[in-house]
Ligand binder design. Structure first.
Ligand code: 26Q
Length: 820
């Protein structure tokens, strides 16, 4: 480091945070950074100029934060995740830097609004859904709580696909989100590292006779870091999200080139660069894809090397205090090969012995599980591992052998248990169970909601729980109130602050002070006004994106999330068909007019999920074109549901649908965003719904359906045909479906859906919960018609949402897992 640069920098006056300075910088970036003439700039250029203006101010604080961490040497937490679903950055940065007023005024000079300019930004869609968005909310909370947490992820060239709807079918389009350049990233080539693939492991004895290993004849790929600033809420802290891009090494190309095979050299370059080309769009594990394993190892190795390089730079090769000063939080099993990779780096590169390396690894790794579906637990073929990561496989075998000795000591002679617990699943095609590697290698294992953690302990991970009960803990998810309240719902935030006096947004329990105002009639009226404004915003979105006219005087019933059978969008459709049937039969007594909105992406290879999307669209088409239905029911499928759409959706929603089969949804986080914005939930006792209901009170939650243990018991004698036959409403709904009423010119396309509902083996037990769901929806309708009571319920939901701030979650991680 050049000292004079530092000294010089300290002397620079910080950039102004007032309107005048912001406006000057905006002008300068338009003319000098972008090379545009002033006046009449397109919103696109205004976005880039404003982003640079904001970015300059982020960078100042970023460097100060780095200096502070350097001086204070706190324990550093590294959040390893294959997904960070960040969405847009501009408005979030403006809010967190407290620049809203100056920015608005500066933009005034160009006759445009912050909203118009913000619209230009493409979502950073580097994630599938809940797990990826949770990582993004956590980063915001960590920076807002001034915790030294760095996110490590992959800079996918193509993020989550763009969903189009063509004749009711999902069509996937590429998401080239970096096309116009990304003003929020800064490349850091000096921190490039090498990641090895293929080759073989050589074992040898060193001069002291110790057994050592070398990984040789490898094909290396470069990992180049791109850093993204993560600003805390008005606290001068800016943390880092470091995203890795893969690039070909130079000498590799040169070798090929010298051998005269120029084209092979270019092809090899492509292979290296493929690694970070595209996000896998499955939100449940897709088995066996080699490229996915390459991504996982690429992230794990690059991130660990980065942390070790920084350590060695400041501490030399003394690793005594490494575990005290570092922690790796594994976001599901996706980066879990990090357990073996840290062992490799410590032993092969830094020459530690096995026991020393294991002590460090098993006291720095912590694992978060996000799923209870056994089919979603990641496995990799041993054969694939042997070819791609031979040295890692050797280490995993050794970890497993030593682990099974422990199992044998604890349960002598229990061979069945040893097989059950083994990291290697034996058979014709042996597989590595990545969750088991994570469990064995971590000092902490957490679930993401109380029920989920309990079910992990009783079921999926029971054997491990018996072995190491102290490792297991719960961390109920949360969402950041900066994005999901302040940014998404300025109207509500303003109203709340006005009545309770400055809301403490980093300690959201404070919002409980809102509760008494539910008895204040004037306040309730204003609460409704805010909701109406938000509903109109949503009406515009639905009009634009779906061409369906919603009516803000009707109840807005919303289900947005990935399309999955266990999430039961089908149940929602069955209710819609039931309402359709009622109106057509003239049975409108006690009916509440509704607008039903459904949105979400299906994994491209998940045929049933795609058929469900088609059904929603076909049902919507029949209903929306029938004039008899217009006063009662309107239905829309929102294409390309993403973070940015949720920012408009959750403030404008009256009723939040969280209807998964009990025991299947680990937590859910959309449920929390709706609650925060004052929408009561209709839901099952699943995931975080249970805690939401406890927090808001059972009278403010619309509960239905079997409980998790009842689902298990009911499977024994599950008879959907009988349930349909004995229920007139259900029979009529099935009659409409089976007669082809919603697919008159597309015969048979919904047969798989009908068959799944009627199957005794339907794992999601749609038929078991139909009646309860319909009745509870009727209770919702009735409740909604009592405007005063409904308003109170809405206020109570917001007032009780403090517990579901990701700040609370991160405080728990910080105290109980990270021990900061
Ligand atoms: C794995 C291997 C290969 C390809 C893809 C995947 C893969 C990718 C993403 C597997 C799973 C995911 C995502 C899972 C997920 O989003 N889980 C959700 O996590 C949320 C945050 O904890 C919970 O709220 C949800 O309940 C849970 O479904």
């Amino acid at each position: 480091m050049n000292k004079s640069v530092n000294v010089c920098n300290d002397a620079i006056t910080p950039l102004g945070m007032d309107e005048k300075q912001v406006a000057e910088d905006l002008d300068r970036h338009i003319s000098l950074t972008l090379g545009r003439d002033e006046g009449g700039e397109s919103h696109r250029y205004m976005f880039h100029a404003l982003a640079h203006t904001i970015r300059d101010r982020l960078i100042e604080r970023w460097r100060a934060t780095r200096d502070r961490y350097m001086a204070e040497q706190p324990r550093r937490i590294n959040y390893l995740s294959l997904e960070f679903l960040m969405g847009r950055t501009l408005s979030n940065a403006v809010i967190n830097l407290d620049l809203e007023e100056p920015v608005r005024q500066a933009l005034n000079n160009y006759a445009c609004t912050l909203e118009e300019v913000a619209q230009e930004e493409l979502d950073a869609g580097l994630g599938n859904g809940g797990l990826g968005r949770l990582a993004a909310c956590f980063l915001d909370s960590c920076a807002s709580l001034q915790l030294p947490v760095t996110g490590y992820g992959i800079r996918y060239e193509y993020g989550m696909f763009h969903q189009k709807i063509d004749n009711g079918h999902q069509v996937e389009c590429p998401d080239h989100w970096l096309r116009d350049g990304n003003p929020w990233e800064i490349e850091s080539p000096e921190n490039t590292v090498r990641v090895k693939f293929f080759g073989h492991a050589d074992y040898y004895a060193d001069h002291a006779g110790r057994q050592r290993a070398r990984w040789t004849d490898t094909q290396d790929v470069l990992a180049v870091p791109y850093d993204v600033p993560v600003p805390g809420y008005r606290n001068e802290t800016v943390n880092t999200l470091r995203l890795w891009k893969s690039e070909a090494t130079d000498e590799f190309n040169l070798d090929e080139f010298n051998a005269g095979s120029y084209t092979e050299a270019v092809a090899a370059k492509n292979l290296a660069e493929q690694i970070t080309m595209v996000l896998y769009p499955n939100d449940a594990s897709e088995s066996g894809k080699e490229l996915r394993l390459r991504q996982q190892y690429f992230l794990a190795s690059a991130s660990l090397q980065d942390v070790l390089n920084r350590w060695v730079k400041h501490n030399g090769d003394d690793f005594d205090r490494f575990a005290e000063k570092n922690c790796f939080q594994l976001n599901d099993t996706h980066p879990s090969v990090a357990v073996a990779e840290l062992m490799r780096l410590l032993m092969d590169d830094y020459l530690l012995g096995w026991d020393e390396a294991w002590d460090i690894t098993s006291s720095t790794m912590a694992y978060t599980n996000h799923t209870l579906l056994p089919e979603a637990l990641e496995k990799w073929s041993v054969a694939l591992f042997a070819e791609l990561l031979p040295r890692l496989l050797g280490i995993i075998y050794e970890i497993n052998a030593r682990f099974l000795v422990q199992v044998a000591e604890r349960w002598p002679g229990d061979v069945a248990r040893q097989q059950r617990l083994s990291i290697i699943e034996e058979g014709d095609h042996p597989q590595l169970r990545m969750a088991y590697l994570a469990l064995v290698g971590s000092y902490s294992v957490n679930g993401v909601a109380a029920l989920h953690t309990q079910l992990l302990k009783e079921g999926l991970f029971l054997d491990f729980y018996e072995l190491w009960p102290e490792k297991f803990n719960n961390k109920t998810n949360g969402v950041t109130p900066r994005r999901w309240l302040v940014q998404a719902n300025p109207g509500l935030t303003g109203l709340v602050s006005e009545v309770i006096g400055e809301l403490c947004i980093t300690d959201l329990d404070d919002i409980a002070r809102l509760r008494p105002f539910a008895d204040d009639e004037a306040f309730c009226a204003r609460w409704r006004e805010v909701k109406q404004v938000n509903k109109k915003r949503l009406v515009d979105l639905v009009q634009q994106e779906c061409g369906v006219q919603f009516d803000p005087s009707m109840l807005f019933d919303v289900q947005v999330k990935r399309i999955h059978e266990y999430k039961r969008q089908l149940l929602n459709v069955l209710h819609v068909i039931h309402l359709y049937d009622r109106v057509v039969r003239g049975d409108v007594e006690g009916l509440q007019p509704r607008c039903v909105l459904i949105g979400g992406k299906a994994a491209p290879g998940y045929t049933m999920a795609k058929t469900i999307i088609k059904l929603i669209n076909n049902v919507a088409a029949v209903i929306n074109k029938d004039p008899r239905l217009r006063p009662w029911l309107r239905v829309a499928f929102l294409p390309n549901y993403r973070v940015t759409s949720m920012e408009v959706i959750c403030p404008g929603t009256d009723l939040s649908e969280q209807v998964s089969t009990a025991g299947k949804e680990a937590s859910g986080t959309g449920n929390m965003k709706f609650m925060m914005n004052g929408a009561p939930t209709i839901g099952t006792l699943d995931g975080a719904n249970i805690e939401i209901r406890e927090a808001v009170g059972e009278e403010n939650f619309f509960l239905f359906g079997l409980q998790a243990h009842e689902v298990v018991a009911a499977r024994q004698h599950y008879d959907p045909d009988a349930a349909i036959a004995s229920d007139k409403d259900f029979s009529r709904v099935m009659q409409l479906l089976e007669s082809g009423h919603f697919n008159l010119f597309e015969p048979g396309i919904f047969d798989p859906i009908v068959a799944s509902i009627r199957s005794e083996h339907d794992p999601w037990m749609i038929a078991a919960d139909f009646r309860g769901y319909i009745d509870t929806q009727q209770a919702v309708s009735q409740a909604y018609r009592d405007t005063e009571a409904w308003t109170r319920m809405s206020i109570y939901n917001t007032a009780a949402s403090g517990h579901f701030s990701s700040d609370r979650t991160i405080r728990e991680y910080s105290e109980e897992i990270w021990r900061l």
